[in-house]
Design a protein around this ligand. Structure first.
Ligand SMILES: [Zn+2]
Length: 411
């Protein structure tokens, strides 16, 4: 069965490759020809399984006065696949192992980042594409040195060695970085030099807020955008759903990245919605829905770019893993009482404990875990090369499929 479907996929891929040659054959900066799309957006909704999207769409339908039918931008994409997410040492992955699988095509241990289980350094798709003349943008709604964005530029067997990971930003040579702040702003002990100071010294312009970004963007080739509230040493430690006044939304951060790197050169942008996972760990339905909607806004921004560059753009939307084991319906309930859920949320505010959050679960939304689960995650695709993402795959196959190296698929 597995072999049959694999062969079918290869046959289908071969047809797609022929059909896509004209749009996906990109002459690279070093003269080689890569079979990757010219403009690539990879969106990672941290912890966003099929259930998170379904629950958010249920909420949108409720707001539209319907039982169902409302859709997120990305769930309207024409190609849908599913990814398995287990890591090298656990059935249930963490974000750094899953980020590494997606970015480098190799399974590693939970907690490891950009290195294999033997601690050998891996080369991510961002480095691979940079070598082929692509501009690179890495951005997240959470700190820029958190696991998912870091999996595209960092190499460390300890995902929480944040200060060292930040120091790999200038080594990467990537064009644009964006995030809410830097974890371990002044090092593990709080006594090292502030991260922005070191990055500036090593050739990167660090801007706090959009006004500063717009003022600097034309006078530098390497830039790090940090939310205004990320200027303080502690501010990188965001609370869930705690968008500070004057902070940019993820869609605005993506627009900044696009404005910075867009010209005739090819680009690869990884854009993470990081707080979806954080809300799901705490089983907080409404903040999770809000986080998915903000993530969806960013996808919409990429979709607008796609509409004017249809033959050259690939948009992928996926997750590193599912978080919380969320279900649409629980405890025998056949409906979701969004009105009660919304009102209960507004009345109780943001509960401080998971037990308090679970009290709000009696209205049709179920949560089964306070951690990640091993549920396969969806991958939604549109544009040049999207056909490569139909059907079942493992997260280690995503990189090869983006690059057009179908031979990397493991039987
Ligand atoms: Zn998590």
């Amino acid at each position: 069965m597995r072999k049959a479907s694999f062969k079918t996929f290869l046959a289908a891929s071969a047809i797609c490759m022929i059909a896509m040659t004209s749009c996906c054959g990109t002459t690279s900066g070093n003269g080689e020809t890569a079979d990757s799309p010219k403009y690539i957006f990879l969106f990672i909704g941290d912890g966003m399984g099929a259930g998170h999207a379904a629950v958010t769409e249920s909420y949108l339908s409720y707001k539209a006065g319907k039982l169902g039918g409302e859709q997120l931008c990305f769930s309207e994409f024409p190609v849908l696949g599913t990814c398995t997410t287990y890591s090298a040492d656990h059935q249930i992955t963490c974000s750094s192992a899953a980020g590494t699988a997606i970015s480098c095509g190799v399974k590693t241990n939970n907690g490891y980042l950009g290195v294999d289980p033997q601690c050998n350094k891996l080369k991510s798709i961002a480095y691979e594409l940079k070598d082929n003349g692509y501009k690179i943008g890495i951005m997240s709604s959470v700190p820029v040195n958190h696991a998912t964005p870091a999996a595209f530029y960092g190499h460390n067997p300890d995902r929480e060695d944040y200060y060292s990971i930040s120091m790999e930003i200038p080594e990467s040579g990537f064009d644009f970085f964006g995030g809410s702040g830097f974890l371990q702003f002044k090092g593990k002990d709080g006594k090292s030099r502030p991260t922005p100071e070191v990055l500036e010294e090593r050739g990167y312009t660090v801007c706090f807020g959009e006004t500063a970004f717009r003022a600097e963007m034309d006078s530098t080739d390497h830039i790090v955008f940090i939310q205004p509230s990320g200027k303080d040493a502690e501010a990188g430690n965001y609370e869930v759903n705690d968008e500070k006044e004057n902070d940019s939304r993820l869609a605005e951060m993506l627009q900044m990245g696009l404005d910075f790197i867009t010209d005739s050169q090819p680009f690869f942008i990884m854009c993470e919605g990081g707080e979806i996972d954080w809300a799901a760990h705490d089983n907080m339905t409404m903040p999770m829905v809000d986080a998915v909607l903000r993530f969806n806004e960013a996808v919409q921004t990429a979709y607008e770019f796609y509409l004017t560059h249809k033959d050259e753009t690939l948009i992928l939307v996926t997750a590193d893993h599912e978080t919380g084991g969320i279900t649409l319906g629980c405890n025998g309930s056949l409906s979701i009482d969004w009105k009660v859920l919304e009102e209960a949320w507004e009345e109780e505010g943001e509960p401080s404990s998971q037990d308090e959050n679970r009290k709000l679960n009696g209205y049709g939304i179920g949560w089964t875990s306070s951690n990640h689960t091993g549920a396969p995650v969806p991958i939604y695709a549109i544009g040049c090369g999207a056909e490569r993402f139909a059907g079942r795959m493992d997260n280690t196959e995503i990189m090869g499929r983006i690059l057009g190296k179908v031979s990397t698929i493991q039987e």
